[in-house]
Structures are given as C-alpha cells and as structure tokens.
Design a protein around this ligand. Structure first.
Ligand SMILES: Cc1cc2nc3c(=O)[nH]c(=O)nc-3n(C[C@H](O)[C@H](O)[C@H](O)COP(=O)(O)O)c2cc1C
Length: 200
C-alpha cells in the first residue's frame, strides 16, 4: 500500500506534536511520501497537476494538521479547493480518487471535555464531517479519524506514545472498512475490560 502523508502546519519546525508524529511515521518506513505542505507552498500557489499526480500514485492519503479555530489551517482549505477539481475528483470523468483511503490525523489543543458533543460542545468527528462528506463525494473510503487532545499541554512521552500507536496502525488494510474497524476496536475494548475485571 502506497501512503501519502500531507502535513499542513504553518511552522512545522516549531511544532511539538505534528513534527514528532511526522518523524515517527517516517521512521516506521510505512509512508511512501511525506510532505511539509507549508514548506512546499509558502506563497500558497499550489501546483495542481503535481498534487493530482501524487494523489493518483498513492492508495491511502493522510491529512495531518493541528486544529485551528475548530477547522483546518488555511493552506489545507485552499489545497482542497484547488486540487479536488471537477473531472478529477468529481463530475462526469471525475473518478480518479475512487477507492482510495482518506485518513485524517489532527492535534487538538483543547481538553476532551470541551469536545464531548453535548449541547454547545461539538465532538472532533462532528467537526471533521466536511472531510467525511468530501470523501463520500469523491468516492474515497473515510477512515476512522485519529486525534489527540491537550496537544500543547501534553508531555513528550504522551505525544510519542500516540505517535507509536499511529505508526503501528497506519498501514492496516482493515482500516479501509471503518465500520468493521470501529466494531473491532470497541469489542476489543470490552474484552480488555473483562480481562481487567478478572471476568475472563
Ligand atoms: C490559530 C490557532 C487556532 C487554534 N484553534 C484551536 C481550536 O479551535 N481548538 C483547539 O482545541 N485548539 C486550537 N488551537 C491549538 C492547536 O490545535 C495546537 O496548538 C496544536 O494542535 C499543537 O500542535 P503542534 O505542536 O504540532 O503545533 C489553535 C492554535 C492556533 C495557533
């Protein structure tokens, strides 16, 4: 499986979380192509043909970024607007992304309790719904998104531990079937709890 990691961080060298995860994913040897998009396009002038060629050449596309104002860094929004063009991603002949996987990885500054989904608090998967809807429209498989709270306050060990888990599962082909994957994750959680309680 050829994996493309597109990292959208306005200052990756000054980042704690996304820089660490990028390094860990790169070191796993599982990422075919890993790119610091703000370094590629400091003037926001995206080479659309090049981006589309890279998309064609890979099977699983990762969007890795920090959450900014409950949304995405602006270059990622522009990338989506420019690259997912008519007759490429959608429209009469627009099936070039069909069957590819879309994996979102996001670092979240806020605490989990502010993303409970209750009342005024949207959950992270809720906030990422535009990606899910986009994936549906361009016929990609939307993989279960990965996100970590308290990104700025987290200790290096926590960030690295999250990154290790990411690296472990990043090429898992079973993730392409998100419902089955979620089900397996949930049932294995239940099994773990049984074990912890000594009921197994
Ligand atoms: C302009 C800006 C907007 C932000 N908006 C949010 C936000 O809406 N929600 C949130 O939880 N964190 C927010 N944050 C915190 C970032 O998500 C956090 O700093 C980042 O995930 C840390 O990752 P890094 O170490 O790779 O920079 C924001 C940070 C910046 C700079």
């Amino acid at each position: 499986m050829k994996i493309l990691n597109l990292i959208f961080h306005p200052d990756l060298s000054g980042s704690r979380v996304n820089k660490t995860w990028k390094q860990q994913l790169d070191e796993s040897g599982k990422i075919t192509t890993s790119r610091d998009m703000y370094a590629e396009y400091p003037d926001f002038q995206i080479d659309i043909e090049r981006e589309q060629r890279l998309l064609r050449e890979h099977d699983r596309i990762i969007f890795q970024f920090p959450m900014f104002w409950y949304s995405v860094p602006p270059l990622l929004k522009k990338w989506l607007d420019d690259v997912l063009a008519y007759d490429f991603a959608y429209g009469e002949n627009g099936d070039k992304l069909k069957g590819k996987d879309m994996q979102v990885i996001v670092s979240v500054g806020g605490r989990e309790k502010f993303y409970s989904g209750f009342d005024i608090f949207a959950s992270v998967p809720d906030l990422l719904r535009p990606f899910q809807l986009t994936a549906n429209l361009v016929q990609m498989n939307y993989l279960v998104p990965e996100y970590m709270f308290e990104a700025d306050a987290s200790e290096v060990g926590t960030i690295e531990s999250f990154g290790r888990t990411l690296a472990k599962k990043i090429d898992d082909p079973k993730r392409s079937d998100p419902r089955q994957y979620l089900y397996n994750e949930m049932t294995s959680d239940v099994e773990d709890s049984y074990e912890e309680l000594g009921l197994k």
